[in-house]
Design a protein around this ligand. Structure first.
Ligand code: UDP
Length: 311
């Protein structure tokens, strides 16, 4: 399977094995910086061979390269099925966290569906000649999911965010999608001693789909640890989604989302919390991708094929 660009900014490279060897032998900080600079015109003007694959690997995490429609179909089928499945959204910040948090990385590798979230992943896909089909993020997926589940009887449980916030999201769903069942909701600031009661509440609600909004990586680890106890069929970590749909935090205007600059709006809203994630984090992510691009390919891990049970 072809994995790399064969040209960069319309300049042909020497053979891949040879250039990998050269990189290993001559790798320096300055050289890496040069690679980063050369990647800019490559992105803008390059005509490299980008191959669309169903499974792509970005920084060692395998991603299901689905469109939004595919992801919704998968979720609806799973919600109506028998075995429980975990969905993770994987963005540049998640990739950076996964590089230093082995437990989170393991959760991502074992998840049933990992979706490419954000412009950073699209860019990484371009650089690694593994075209990402669509930016499938939780915030765009959520209203479509409500619509997809409308009339099916498959209920949604909303877990996470500040007290009162998931209730507002429930009201948002009820108002716009009256045929969509909201099985229950609970905030995300419960004590460890209350965790069992929360899990029992989810199980008693008989919800099919669980949205957990604790922020990454905590939400994804929590799902991994408790999916089977909750009795739901699909669970996904959705970060700050409830804050947006409750109206607590306004979402970026559509035009900003369309040009892939939602992150800039998030930074403007919470500069003190977000500057590191976006300005440092995005640079580090890009740096890692560029290095991965020049490193000899390593064999993939054992969880390459996704779609099995969560356990
Ligand atoms: N949160 C929570 N319990 C906690 C800490 C955080 O429910 O103990 C919620 C918080 O209120 C917010 C969400 O987790 O709604 C995290 O949002 P953030 O934007 O940080 O997540 P990201 O999208 O970055 O993963």
């Amino acid at each position: 399977m072809p994995r790399r660009r064969e040209s960069c900014a319309n300049i042909a490279y020497s053979g891949e094995a040879q250039s990998d060897q050269e990189y290993v032998e001559s790798q320096t900080m300055r050289g890496d910086f040069g690679i980063a600079l050369r990647a800019i015109p490559a992105l803008l003007y390059g005509e490299g061979i980008a191959v669309t694959q169903d499974i792509v690997s970005i920084l060692g995490v395998t991603i299901n390269n689905l469109t939004m429609t595919d992801a919704l179909e998968w979720t609806a089928a799973r919600a109506a099925g028998e075995s429980a499945g975990q969905i993770c959204f994987y963005n540049a910040d998640c990739a950076n966290i996964a590089c230093r948090d082995a437990e989170y990385r393991d959760v991502l590798l074992r998840a049933d569906l990992v979706l490419a979230d954000g412009i950073g992943l699209k860019l990484a896909g371009k650089l690694l000649a593994s075209e990402i089909r669509q930016n499938v993020n939780g915030t765009d997926m959520f209203p479509r999911l409500c619509e997809t589940l409308s009339g099916t009887g498959a209920g949604i449980f909303l877990l996470g965010a500040r007290p009162g916030v998931p209730e507002k999201v429930r009201d948002w769903i009820v108002e716009r999608y009256p045929e969509t069942v909201v099985s229950g909701c609970h905030h995300g600031y419960f004590l460890e001693a209350e965790e069992d009661a929360v899990i029992r509440e989810i199980a008693a609600s008989r919800a099919s789909v669980l949205l957990v909004a604790f922020g990454a990586p905590r939400q994804d680890k929590w799902i991994r640890g408790h999916l089977n106890e909750t009795g739901v069929k699909v669970a996904m970590g959705v970060g700050g989604l409830f804050d947006f749909f409750s109206g607590r935090i306004p979402r970026a205007p559509a035009w900003m989302r369309e040009i892939g600059c939602e992150w800039l709006y998030r930074f403007y809203q919470e500069p003190r919390r977000m500057w590191k994630r976006y300005f440092v984090g995005n640079a580090v992510f890009l740096w890692r991708v560029l290095r991965a691009r020049k490193q000899p390919a390593t064999p993939r891990g054992p969880f390459q094929a996704k779609g099995g049970g969560a356990a």
